[in-house]
Design a protein around this ligand. Structure first.
Ligand SMILES: NC(=O)c1ccc[n+]([C@@H]2O[C@H](COP(=O)([O-])OP(=O)(O)OC[C@H]3O[C@@H](n4cnc5c(N)ncnc54)[C@H](OP(=O)(O)O)[C@@H]3O)[C@@H](O)[C@H]2O)c1
Length: 330
């Protein structure tokens, strides 16, 4: 029998005011699908790109790509989940800002007993992103303990997880963040150095810290404002992983710049390529769960909002006022 559930939808692209609380009917899961009752839902910067239309999806659209809850029903052919399982996911298509949803089971994994729903909802999209970046998106020859890497927005949701994971791998992470307080937080979470890129020239500081050599890899989610400077922070053959657009998308790149700056490598990756199969999703999640289970990575949930206040969460995230992870509690 269909159930009714509250959800946050947009009918047109726009600002936080485009987000409406609606009632939706949720039916039975079809083949390969699962129905999940959310206990917590993660808020991510990608949700803002989808709200504004920078990343366009068909409308009306229920926002959200990360959540944790309990399986209520499974469709035909789903063998790795059963009703009653505690689960979490980061997944396409959007639709996690709700109490109850039907979605592809392929992206959903069982949450270990020791991990609560808030942590599960906060860590899947952000933690799996750090997993594929630090473990699978590396410069030629891989990353070794002692290597310098630069990570922008180091006090954010993805950033604070990255600081801790990099420390666990023995990497010397240089973080950037807006303001002294955010820099302190990044250092507390494992960044060896933190640069306030609002008041300091981050390229000059990176050169100074690395004795003029530069870093082996830059993980840049800021986009437009930092792209050029990030290239200038790399050592020859270094890797530029441009994985976000918090300040706006990177304009078209003249590839000759990569030659001029030292045979650089450039990639523009997305988590969802890595989550294309259930096997890959499970392997990445197992790595994340091991890091969280061992205490090497703590998931910093900093703000909690009612589902109905999702627009406020977006406004806060876009304003650069937040640190760590934000969750909605349906
Ligand atoms: N490609 C992928 O697979 C993938 C997956 C997940 C996330 N991402 C990207 O990773 C980034 C981090 O995501 P998140 O959800 O953890 O967000 P977040 O880092 O918690 O928030 C974004 C941060 O970016 C910084 N920022 C710099 N310029 C900004 C601007 N003009 N407007 C707003 N923020 C600005 C701010 O930190 P400061 O105040 O310290 O500058 C802000 O707190 C996002 O760009 C997201 O799209 C990409």
């Amino acid at each position: 029998m269909p159930a009714s559930a509250r959800a946050i939808q947009i009918r047109q692209f726009g600002g936080p005011e485009a987000m409406q609380l609606v009632e939706l009917e949720v039916g039975e899961p079809g083949p390969g699908e699962v129905r999940i009752r959310h206990h917590a839902v993660g808020v991510n910067f990608i949700d803002i790109y989808q709200r504004t239309g920078l990343y366009a999806n068909p409308l009306p659209l229920t926002l959200g790509m990360e959540g944790a809850g309990v399986v209520e029903a499974v469709g035909a052919g789903v063998t790795h989940l059963q009703p009653g399982d505690r689960v979490a996911y980061a997944s396409q298509p959007p639709g996690s800002y709700c109490e109850l949803r039907v979605m592809p089971a392929r992206s959903v994994v069982v949450l270990p007993d020791g991990i609560d729903f808030e942590t599960g909802a906060a860590m899947m999209l952000k933690g799996l992103t750090v997993q594929y970046l630090l473990r699978r998106t590396q410069p030629q020859g891989g990353l070794q303990p002692g290597d310098f890497v630069l990570w922008h927005a180091a006090a954010g949701g993805v950033g604070l997880i990255a600081c801790q994971w990099a420390r666990a791998l023995g990497l010397r992470l240089i973080g950037t963040a807006g303001g002294a307080e955010k820099c302190r937080l990044a250092r507390d979470h494992g960044a060896e150095f933190a640069i306030d890129y609002r008041s300091e020239d981050f390229v000059a500081r990176v050169r100074e810290i690395t004795g003029g050599r530069g870093v082996r890899a830059v993980y840049d989610s800021i986009g437009q404002d930092t792209f050029e400077g990030s290239l200038d922070c790399l050592e020859p053959f270094g890797l530029m992983a441009s994985f976000g657009n918090a300040s706006g998308p990177v304009p078209p790149v003249n590839l000759g710049v990569l030659a001029a700056k030292g045979s650089l490598h450039l990639t523009r990756p997305t988590l969802f390529t890595h989550l294309a199969t259930r096997e890959s999703t499970q392997a990445m999640a197992d790595d994340l769960f091991a890091r969280v289970g061992s205490g090497e990575v703590r998931v910093p949930v900093s703000r909690r909002y009612a589902l109905a206040d999702a627009a406020q969460a977006h406004a806060d995230l876009a304003s650069r006022a937040t640190t760590g992870c934000l969750v909605l509690l349906p």
